[in-house]
Write a protein that binds this ligand. Structure first.
Ligand code: FNR
Length: 364
C-alpha cells in the first residue's frame, strides 16, 4: 500500500530518488513484518472471529466428492475455484521474488491473483519489472492490478495497463495510512475518487479494505457510485495497524484490534450488494468455507501464502495452495454442498463476539 504523498517524477531528481528508495524500503518492511506476524503474533495465528462460526454437523448430509463443482461465479467471471491470491507486493527486490512464486502458483492452479499496490511503479518505472513478472509468468491468467483510493483517477488504468489486468483492486486503507509514519492524512475525497476511478477504468473495479473491514454504510456508498464487487477484507489476519505501528515506534499500538472481521462484515453487508468477496484472517480452508457460507462468492488469502512464497520454492507454494483446493472440495462434500453457492444452505451457528456484533447491528 502507498502514501498519496508520493513524490511525482517531475519533481527535483534527488528528492524523487529518495522518495522512491524509501517507498521500496517500506515494501520490504511490509513483507518482513507481515511474515513475522505469521510466525509469532498470536493474534494472527490464533483465535479469530471465524471461530465464532460453527457448522451444525449433519452426519448423513454428505455427498460424493466427485460431484463437487468448485467453479465460482464472481460478477460476470467464472473462476475455477472460490479462492484467489490477494494483493500483497511489488516495488522491491524481495517483492519480485514473492510475485514470481505467487504468479507461478496462480498459473499452475488457474487461480486469480492480485498484485500489491502499483503506485510505486507509477512513481518509478524502474520498479515496474517486479509487477510485470506477474503477467509474464502467467500470460493467460486472471490478474488484478491494485492501487490506492488516494491516487488520481487515471492511475487505476495505468496500473491495469502495466499488468494487462482483468480487473482493478482499489484499496481503502485509512487506518493503515493513519498509523503509517509517512501516510496520507486527508481522506475527505476518497468516495469521489472511487467514483472517478470507476469511470476512468476500462475493467471492473473491485474495492477492498486491507484488513479492517467494510461496513454496511461503506458498501452502500460504494454501490451508489457504481461499484459492483467488494472484498470486505476484515480484521483477524495480517494487521497493518500493528505493522505500521511497529515501523513508527509503536505509538498506535492501541489500534491493534480496530475494525471489523470478515465474518462480521458479511453479516452486516446490505442484502442488495451485487458481489461480495471476503478476506482477512482466513487461516485454512475451513475459514474460507465459512466465508462462502455467509455469502462471499470467493475468498482471498494473502498472509498465509506469504511465508511459503518467501521461504519455499514456487513448487512448494503451488503444492500448499493445491492442498487448500483439495481440502475445499472435500469440505464441500462433507457439508453436502455441490457448489460454493450451495454452502449458503448449510446451518451455520453464530456465537461469541460475532453474535454480539450481529445483535448490536440488529441482524437476526
Ligand atoms: C498486503 N495487503 C495489501 N492490500 C492491498 O490492497 N494493497 C497492497 O499493496 C497490500 N500489501 C500487502 C502486503 C503484504 C505483505 C500483505 C501480507 C498484505 C493486504 C491484503 O490484500 C489483505 O487485505 C490483508 O492482508 C488481509 O488478508 P490476510 O493477510 O489475513 O489473508
Amino acid at each position: 500500500t502507498e502514501s498519496p504523498h508520493s513524490v511525482e517524477p517531475t519533481r527535483d531528481g534527488e528528492a524523487h530518488r529518495q522518495a522512491v528508495a524509501s517507498a521500496s524500503a517500506r515494501k520490504e518492511d511490509h513483507i518482513r513484518l507481515a511474515a513475522d506476524q505469521r510466525r509469532e503474533d498470536p493474534a494472527v495465528k490464533g483465535h479469530n472471529e471465524f471461530d465464532d462460526l460453527e457448522f451444525l454437523h449433519h452426519a448423513l448430509g454428505g455427498i460424493d466428492n466427485a460431484t463437487v463443482d468448485l467453479t465460482a461465479q464472481v460478477g460476470d467471471w467464472t473462476w475455477s475455484a472460490p479462492l484467489y491470491i490477494n494483493g500483497m507486493t511489488g516495488g522491491a527486490e524481495t517483492a519480485m521474488r514473492v510475485n514470481r512464486a505467487l504468479a507461478i502458483a496462480a498459473r499452475e492452479l488457474n487461480l486469480p491473483m492480485a498484485s500489491g499496490s502499483v503506485g510505486i511503479a507509477i512513481d518509478d518505472p524502474a520498479t515496474a519489472a517486479s509487477f510485470r513478472v506477474i503477467r509474464e509468468e502467467n500470460p493467460d491468467g486472471f490478474v488484478m492490478a491494485n492501487i490506492g483510493a488516494g491516487r488520481p483517477a487515471d492511475h487505476g488504468q495505468r496500473a491495469v495497463d502495466l499488468l494487462e489486468a482483468n480487473a482493478l483492486q482499489l484499496h481503502l486503507n485509512a487506518v493503515q495510512e493513519t498509523v503509517m509514519p509517512e501516510g496520507g492524512r486527508d481522506f475527505a475525497d476518497w468516495l469521489r475518487g472511487v467514483e472517478r476511478t470507476v469511470a476512468a477504468t476500462d475493467v471492473p473495479v473491485i474495492v477492498k479494505e486491507v484488513g479492517f473491514g467494510l461496513s454496511r454504510r461503506t458498501l452502500q456508498q460504494l454501490q451508489e457510485v457504481g461499484v459492483q464487487i467488494a472484498d470486505v477484507s476484515g480484521l483477524g489476519g495480517t494487521n497493518f495497524a500493528r505493522i505500521e505501528s511497529a515501523r513508527g515506534g509503536n505509538a498506535f499500538a492501541y489500534l491493534g484490534n480496530f475494525g471489523q472481521s470478515a465474518a462480521a462484515c458479511l453479516l452486516d453487508a446490505p442484502v442488495a450488494f451485487p458481489t461480495l468477496l471476503a478476506s482477512g484472517g482466513v487461516r485454512h480452508p475451513l475459514d474460507a468455507i465459512k466465508a462462502l457460507a455467509l455469502g462471499a462468492r470467493a475468498v482471498g488469502v494473502a498472509g498465509p501464502f506469504l511465508l511459503p512464497a518467501l521461504e519455499g520454492t514456487p513448487e512448494t507454494l503451488t503444492d500448499e495452495i493445491r492442498s487448500w483446493l483439495d481440502q475445499l472440495r472435500m469440505l464441500h462434500a462433507m457439508l453436502g454442498a455441490a457448489t460454493p453457492a450451495d454452502l449458503t444452505n448449510t446451518d451455520l451457528l453464530v456465537r461469541g463476539r460475532v453474535r454480539e456484533f450481529a445483535t448490536l447491528r440488529g441482524i437476526d
